[in-house]
Design a protein around this ligand. Structure first.
Ligand SMILES: Cc1ncc(COP(=O)(O)O)c(C=O)c1O
Length: 358
């Protein structure tokens, strides 16, 4: 079976180096905060071109702590897409604010700035674009609306032009992400000194000295062991992302577009997922499974129609492009280092599944 993502293929060549780094952490006896975490935070901030990077326990906490540090709470509205992982909107509700869903651009699958603009009210405290599947959201158009941005960059470490517009940008290091940990991990990148200081406090019970507790915070830390792994992986990220981009170009060159609608390329896209579209999605996915090719349909029930969000009152049909993308999208195998032969097998299987002669 060809997997959707082969994370182990990416880290297997680095196992000897990982073992050395883990041995150093074991010898140091420092597992919480300490030099590994601080070094990773410095290296990540430099990579992203931001003044602050703060390690946290996962990408969901990164969102919650960012919203809190940006002063978002009860009575506020935050505009976000519904075609995203549930955590995007869950974080907004967790801080007591109201998620307001904007529809997506059917070409990019990212939030549509025109629909965001139409949904801004005097209660809108932030706009939360998602760089979906590794494609940068339209930050310049969103920033022009004059509302603070929080970028959900969970799927887009290394994408061009991200993380420097928003007050906060959040990352997940879940093992399938472009930059991944060997377990859970997350990061808040921050362009504002005061907000960054608050995130730092919030991740440790609202304290900066472990004696005085100034805020109601959380226990949300990036482990030293995970920071050590991330420091091994970060120098390889550009190569992995370049390989993902080559893989995307190869799919197009192999004629995949004869069977399904391909993602439109743009230079900053790092293809966290390679997502095609077809009205025959479910039939194609079933045939691919029988042919030994993994695929995955994402966000089949978009967030505005999830049971937990029912209290917000969104009805089917209220976000037409989101609902169409939910019915038509299909992610195909892609990872840093995927081979041409594997992709040829995928393309042959998709062409056959769609009834197109190779
Ligand atoms: C868009 C988006 N936001 C937030 C998250 C949450 O990240 P985590 O799983 O690390 O909590 C994810 C990860 O799956 C995601 O894809």
């Amino acid at each position: 079976m060809i997997p959707l993502v082969d994370v182990k293929a990416q880290y297997a060549p680095l196992i000897p180096e990982l073992k050395e780094r883990f041995a150093e952490v074991l010898d140091s006896g420092r597992f919480i905060f300490g030099p590994e975490v601080e070094a990773f935070e410095r290296e990540a901030a430099a990579y992203l071109g931001v003044p602050h990077a703060i390690g946290v326990a996962n990408g969901t906490d990164a969102l919650v702590l960012s919203l809190e540090a940006m002063g978002v709470g009860r009575g506020d509205e935050v505009i976000c897409p519904s075609f995203t992982f549930y955590a995007t909107a869950e974080a907004i509700a967790r801080v007591g604010a109201t998620p307001v869903f904007a529809d997506i651009d059917p070409v990019t699958l990212n939030v549509d700035p025109a629909d965001v603009a139409a949904k801004v009210t005097e209660r809108t405290k932030a706009i939360m674009p998602v760089h979906l599947f590794g494609r940068p959201a339209p930050l310049a158009e969103l920033a022009a609306l004059g509302v603070p941005l929080l970028e959900d960059a969970a799927q887009a470490f290394g994408a061009e032009g991200i993380a420097t517009t928003g007050i906060c940008s959040t990352f997940s290091f879940f093992p399938t992400k472009n930059l991944f940990a060997l377990g859970d991990g997350g990061l808040v990148a921050c362009t504002d000194d005061g907000v960054a200081e608050t995130v730092r406090k919030l991740r440790f019970h609202g304290s900066s000295d472990k004696k005085t507790f100034e805020l109601i915070g959380a226990n949300s830390r990036l482990d030293a062991v995970q920071a050590a792994a991330l420091r091994v992986f970060l120098p390889h990220l550009a190569g992995w992302n370049a390989s993902r981009r080559e893989g995307a170009a190869r799919y197009a060159a192999l004629g995949l577009g004869d069977a399904v609608e391909l993602p439109v390329d743009e230079p900053g896209h790092v293809y966290h997922m390679y997502v095609v579209r077809s009205p025959g999605r479910d039939r194609i996915a079933a045939t691919l499974r029988d042919a030994g090719v993994s695929s995955a349909a994402y966000y089949v029930t978009p967030v505005h129609l999830q049971p937990a969000m029912r209290f917000l009152g969104w009805e089917p049909g209220s976000l037409p492009e989101t609902e169409r993308a939910a019915a038509e999208n299909l992610a195909l195998p892609l990872w840093g280092g995927i081979g041409g032969e594997t992709q040829e097998r995928v393309v042959a299987a998709v062409l056959a599944a769609a009834g197109v002669a190779a």
